[in-house]
Write a protein that binds this ligand. Sequence first.
Ligand SMILES: CCCCCCCC/C=C\CCCCCCCCC/C=C/C(=O)SCCNC(=O)CCNC(=O)[C@H](O)C(C)(C)COP(=O)(O)OP(=O)(O)OC[C@H]1O[C@@H](n2cnc3c(N)ncnc32)[C@H](O)[C@@H]1OP(=O)(O)O
Ligand code: FAD
Length: 664
Amino acid sequence: MEGGVDYLIDERKKAQFDVEAMKVAWAGSRQAFELSDRIAKLVANDPIFEKFSRPMLGRKELFKNSLRKVAHAWKLIIDLRLSEEEAKLLRHYIDEPAYTDLQWEMFIPAIEGQGTEEQKRKWLPLARKMQVIGSYAQTELGHGSNVQGLETTATFDPQTDEFVIHSPTLTSSKWWPGGTAKVSTHAIVYARLILDGQFHGVHGFIVQLRNLENHTPLPGITVGDIGMKFGNGAYNTMDNGVIRFNHVHIPRNQMLMRVSQVTREGKFVQSDVPRQLLYGTMVYVRQKIVADASKALSRAVCIATRYSAVRRQFGSRNGGPEIQVIDYKTQQSRLFPLLASAYAFRFVGEWLKWLYTDVKQRLEANDFSTLPEAHACTAGLKSLTTSATADGIEECRKLCGGHGYLVSSGIPELFATYVPACTFEGDNVVMMLQVARFLVKTVSELGYKQPVGTTAYMRRVTALMQSNCAVRTAEEWLNPGVVVEAFEARSTRMAVACGQRLAKFENPEEGFAELSADLVEASLAHCQVIVVSKFVEKLQQEIPGKGVKRLLEVLFYVYALFLLHKHQGDFLATGYLTPKQASLANDQLRILYSKVRPNAIALVDSFNHTDHLLSSILGRYDGNVYPKLYEAAFNDPFNDSDIADGIHQYVQPMLRQELHSAKL
Ligand SMILES: CCCCCCCC/C=C\CCCCCCCCC/C=C/C(=O)SCCNC(=O)CCNC(=O)[C@H](O)C(C)(C)COP(=O)(O)OP(=O)(O)OC[C@H]1O[C@@H](n2cnc3c(N)ncnc32)[C@H](O)[C@@H]1OP(=O)(O)O
Ligand SMILES: Cc1cc2nc3c(=O)[nH]c(=O)nc-3n(C[C@H](O)[C@H](O)[C@H](O)COP(=O)(O)OP(=O)(O)OC[C@H]3O[C@@H](n4cnc5c(N)ncnc54)[C@H](O)[C@@H]3O)c2cc1C
């Protein structure tokens, strides 16, 4: 058997649910599905968006090609009158990090969230028409996580009514801002505000970097690229920059002044808006990153699942077919939880988008009450989903054996492009520590304040601390209430235990630092409560289509019981579960895997990923893996000639024992 075409045809016949309806459930609605499907096909059929050769290109060629794709995309957006939603889908399917990500997802949102009405009126139309191109310059060589530690200064000069932006040290050089090295004309620069020698916190300033006519850097600005990043292709389509400012003057009205203002006289005015709003853009992007996690993980899972059905190893009797590797229980126990996680992240991402929209509306009406919860949820879920997705993509590579290491599997580039999500927009550990602060505060207030939102379950603190799990059979684990209660009890107990240990420290900050590893684990437990509960809420909605809800229920249990198995140490140590109950959960997990097995291919087909997006020979929809791998090998430019450059010069002299007289 040379290809896996027949295998995938057979697999698709085994599906026990309506795949078309599942595609709608995955997309969120029929309308969302149709929109997404249309844009996916538009990109897949356009040769300019070809990306298979990307990892073979040198940096300059790669970058120029990326600029060409953006220009072509922008032309399509105008010619086809695409809405902002459609344009963002176009970006998703083009699948290439570019300066426009920063323009649309950071520069514009920063002005929307932190600018005054007047600033929005001036800058937003320019940015939305791409007449100015902006980036987000916060991180410096010396500080990224610690925003309050930034060193760039913005000193008000009352003589000229301007701010002077300056990089006083090497470590204050802006370092990382995407789009900045070669493209952006402007940046939101975060800097320490200095008025009359006094420091007034870190604020955002719109700074012009380049001449709009000839694109050269403006006087006082030194700018360049920070160098090649992890993996070929991957994030190297982005020009991450370094910038030094040498006393660059900008008008006073280019400080983003919704949160605080500087008057003509140089007086600092703090409005009623909390200073945390300065971090608002990061809340927005973290929410986007959570939505992106399910897209990335589902791609890797789709490749690994299809290939696992095509690939056969061992078990042949009398020349008959070998076993499909997807039938190995070990393969299932590694793959199916990732499949379930992709669905879980999809649904929690949908919920988080709703939460963010709600917070945004409140903020616009100057209601800041839900901001701490939104910050904790976005920070925690960003950390949970990106860590699990990065690990999951790497696991999918291993699930594909040796061929997964080939660039043509599509996995190496996906991994290399994805992993920085664990670091950018907040290092994942630093983000979990933010959740920990929120949890510790919630727990310390339990005696007199009812927790709300995602911590509302802690209202039942007494019951969750005292009662234990009642499961007696594997079957009894198939109850959403029982599962959610187990996660809530474990999380509450871990958070309360941290609170009790913290109380023993005289200095709370010292205690927080000392217990930070435990606090991160408690935060993860809380974030898992959110993901598990949001999956259950999704299942409580009407989900049309034969068998669709039943399969989603199976995936819910796989996700939750897999986590329970993985973290059984916590569940046992907190005393909520007995070893017997943990073992019953694992028994149930094996039964669930056998329910997923016949549906596995249909479940990944339901992501509706095009071959263009997957860019993977192993994950091809038609399963025609071996002939295409063979063809691709001989199409590689390295195989253009039988005799590679250097063979005559460096290998043949060795073969002839003439190395000493050869010119090296
Ligand atoms: C051609 C076609 C065009 C089409 C359009 C294209 C569209 C593209 C579409 C899709 C693209 C994909 C989208 C993704 C793009 C992403 C690109 C990403 C590139 C990367 C960018 C970056 O990385 S930017 C830099 C990010 N930096 C960070 O995240 C820094 C992390 N550090 C911090 O956030 C803070 O310093 C930290 C929270 C760690 C601590 O802050 P600090 O001031 O020291 O505060 P502290 O005293 O601890 O806290 C005070 C108080 O405030 C609370 N708090 C902290 N942060 C927030 C917040 N964000 N919101 C609300 N509250 C916050 C904190 O908890 C404390 O509370 P209390 O304890 O006092 O109650
Ligand atoms: C691909 C990419 C694109 C980026 N794009 C941009 C951009 O467009 N604009 C921009 O401004 N920035 C950008 N960044 C920068 C990014 O936001 C920072 O790298 C990120 O916030 C992490 O900060 P750091 O590099 O200072 O890490 P560090 O804080 O130095 O982290 C190093 C280690 O220290 C640990 N650590 C740090 N603080 C603590 C703590 N308090 N407690 C416990 N452990 C801690 C971390 O967990 C980590 O293990 C980008 C980064 C990448 C990789």
